[in-house]
Design a protein around this ligand. Sequence first.
Ligand SMILES: [Zn+2]
Length: 259
Amino acid sequence: MELSILGKKLSTHFSACLHLIKPLENTYQSLLLAMSSCDLCGSSCQHYRQLCDHCYHDLPLFNQDIIQGDLLNWPSINKDLPKVVFDQLICLAPHCAPFDGWLHQFKYLSRFELAQLFAHLLADKLNELLMAGYMEKPQLMIAVPLHISRLQHRGYNQAHLIATKLAQRLATKYALKYEPQLVTRSKATVTQVGKTGRQRRKNLQAAFTVNNTKSLPDHVMLIDDVVTTGATASEISTLLKRHGVKHVTLVTLTLAMRR
Ligand SMILES: [Zn+2]
């Protein structure tokens, strides 16, 4: 009896503390934003930690409304990606400035803090598409994996870094689970750079493994930094669909179109 009274009192005090902590947290976040400078122009930031509102509005983002939130609805993109197995493609922007520079710095100059900005931009876009009804809520999120030898050489998987930050923003709100080990790259393939779509598909055959004996959910969201021919995402989508997945949404920061 005494314990339950004590429990109730502690719970009341805890709730009161939370009410005090929340405004402090908001102030802290505002201070962090005010102290941050835009990666492109050096001005102070408002919504994004590394990007001011002026530069945000100047980004060359895809207009998702005219394609109902799916770049596969865009005829020229559909023509460029004729044999993809994933069902929906969401990319923030074409692979041009400033995204190409950011991704180069992220992948090759160890600017890992950019993962936070990429995830924030993607989370805002996904929220927008979900609210507009252009996208169904996925139940599971995975990142395109690297083979262990590539991971040891590079030291990190850029898709995983973005997915981790994205999960922090979306997981609770949408009951979305991030499972980084669900799909692994079991075959060390040679680099895809410079290969045609057909060569890429051949190179990737049986390159991935699903590490799960339980049934997978209907809708899986696959994260990568950039999509070029869609061969890697298609190979993973084929594998996921063999394990019962019905819908795969590929989400990347940029789309590197060949034409
Ligand atoms: Zn700026």
